[in-house]
Design a protein around this ligand. Structure first.
Ligand code: ZN
Length: 182
């Protein structure tokens, strides 16, 4: 059960490659923290195991509340492929996606989503809502949550902890998770 109390598939045994891809997403999250962005990273993997795109949150530096890691990798992959729909592929992201990103995943016809930490305040892949598996929509996404979540939570806690220590004002906009990691 998720913090929101809804059923979601948290697998203990996942393909080893999934951990490697999530490690890449975590690397991206670390890069985000290095430039003062909320540490969330994402990678998009095709069904042959190829990396279509990798990126991290850029909302603060771009002054763009939509520049979440998930949206950036979807945009990059669609541009690369010259198609507004994605081929069969899996999006790995270190934090449960928000409603905006889940909406984009549905429009892109994403096949599978694997995320790390749950977001009990904004997560829309099972925590607050489960838009990914909403049967009323014209597309559903297979979801696995909680993969390597400790590493993701540690990055977020360290990031917000160090910002507090420096007494820096937290950014106003895209900071979807600070309220429950502060
Ligand atoms: Zn988002």
């Amino acid at each position: 059960m998720t913090p929101g109390g809804k059923n979601i598939n948290i697998q203990n045994s996942v393909p080893e490659a999934w951990r490697e891809f999530m490690t890449l997403a975590l690397d991206q999250a670390e890069r985000a923290a290095e430039i003062g962005e909320v540490p969330v990273g994402a990678v998009l993997i095709d069904d042959q195991g190829g990396i279509l795109a990798a990126d991290h949150n850029r909302s603060v530096t771009r002054h763009d509340p939509t520049a979440h890691a998930e949206l950036l990798v979807i945009r990059a992959a669609c541009l690369k492929l010259g198609n507004y729909r994605l081929p069969p592929c899996t999006l790995f992201v270190t934090l449960e996606p928000c409603s905006m990103c889940l909406g984009a995943m549905i429009w892109a016809r994403l096949t599978r989503l694997v995320f790390g930490a749950f977001d009990p305040k904004c997560g829309c892949a099972g925590s607050v809502f489960n838009l990914a598996e909403e049967k009323s929509f014209n597309h559903t996404i297979e979801v696995t949550g909680g993969l390597m979540k400790e590493a993701s939570i540690n990055l977020l806690r360290t990031f917000f902890g160090s910002r507090r220590a420096k007494q820096l004002r937290l950014p106003e906009q895209p900071d979807i998770i600070r309220h429950h990691f502060e």
